[in-house]
Design a protein around this ligand. Structure first.
Ligand SMILES: Nc1nc2c(ncn2[C@@H]2O[C@H](COP(=O)(O)OP(=O)(O)O)[C@@H](O)[C@H]2O)c(=O)[nH]1
Ligand SMILES: [Mg+2]
Length: 286
């Protein structure tokens, strides 16, 4: 039997944390709560429920909390992360760790969407998630269906590849990109997520945009052809659009608009060429 640690990163989760600890402890040798500067009774309740509590005095974000947790738990065979807000079901921990126990994966991503749609997910969330899934999949080169999932299992060997960049909520995507860059085996298993207990603090639109910006930044280095290619194509498209819309007025002599259209087109082509150039450079470096 493997040694299993469960990490619960928590920010003001006094309502849900005790049941998450008790339900998780059935499947774990140690349950570790990382209280990330909560102003409620998250720490007290977690200790009463029998968890190990690691506390940050101020709120440092989920990435920093996971870093603290992973460093503490590095000697366990398998490390499981679960959201502390009650949206995940600890009874599914055995399913999530099984591919690691069977040595067919280094990282297991719990996904709501393996078999297509999850009718419980609010529509507006699904739109943002699809954008982030697409961007993360392009940046990492793997095909996953739920890249923002917080319910995951990790072999202890995989931990050393993570940088735990402290900025914002990019941690879920970051870990997948770093794992695939280091050729770790990533697989998905189906999990359920409930929405009747949702207490999300951040506005999902703001949260989604900040994750997207981070992914684009990573993509610029890891997949330059995509990054410059897509942005170059979009700009080129606008240049052509401007030229097409003034086509009928050219004889009217709208020389300025035409100049702008041509300028925008050239910008697009330059961006596109930058992509090919950067891509070639990185290939030489590898
Ligand atoms: N350590 C830490 N955990 C956080 C922070 N913000 C959210 N979390 C935890 O991350 C998990 C997911 O957060 P949540 O807001 O529910 O995200 P969502 O379900 O994806 O909207 C929960 O366990 C939260 O307690 C934070 O600033 N620090
Ligand atoms: Mg949540």
């Amino acid at each position: 039997m493997s040694n299993v640690a469960v990490l619960l990163p928590a920010y003001n989760e006094e309502v849900a944390i005790a049941s998450m600890i008790l339900l998780s402890s059935k499947y774990a040798d140690e349950v570790i709560v990382i209280d990330d500067g909560s102003s409620d009774r998250t720490s007290d309740i977690s200790k009463l429920a029998g968890a190990t509590v690691l506390r940050h005095e101020t709120n440092e974000g989920k990435g920093a909390a996971l870093k603290t947790g992973f460093m503490y738990a590095k000697d366990f065979d398998i490390i499981v992360t679960i959201d502390a807000d009650g949206q995940h079901n600890p009874a599914e921990i055995p399913d999530v760790i099984k591919p690691i126990e069977d040595d067919v994966a280094d990282i297991v991503n719990g996904s709501r969407y393996i078999n297509g749609t999850d009718k419980n997910t609010p529509k507006y969330r699904r739109v943002g998630q699809t954008v982030l899934d697409t961007a993360t999949n392009i940046a990492s080169g793997v095909k996953l269906t739920d890249t923002q999932s917080g319910f995951r299992a990790f072999s202890s060997d995989s931990v050393k590849y993570f940088n735990f960049d402290p900025d914002g909520f990019g941690i879920e995507s970051d870990m997948l990109i770093e794992a695939s860059n280091n050729n770790l085996r990533i697989t998905e298993v189906e999990i359920t997520v409930r929405y009747d207990v949702e207490t999300s603090t951040d506005n999902p639109v703001v949260q989604g945009l900040s994750v997207l910006m981070r992914i684009l930044e990573i993509m610029r280095f890891n997949r330059p052809l995509y990054f410059y290619g897509i942005s170059g194509s979009i700009i080129l498209f606008f240049g052509i659009l401007i030229l097409l819309t003034i086509r009928n007025t050219i004889y009217g002599g709208n020389i300025y608009l035409m100049a702008i259209g041509i300028f925008v087109m050239i910008m697009g082509i330059i961006l596109f060429l930058s992509g090919i150039f950067t891509d070639t450079m990185t290939r030489f470096k590898k």
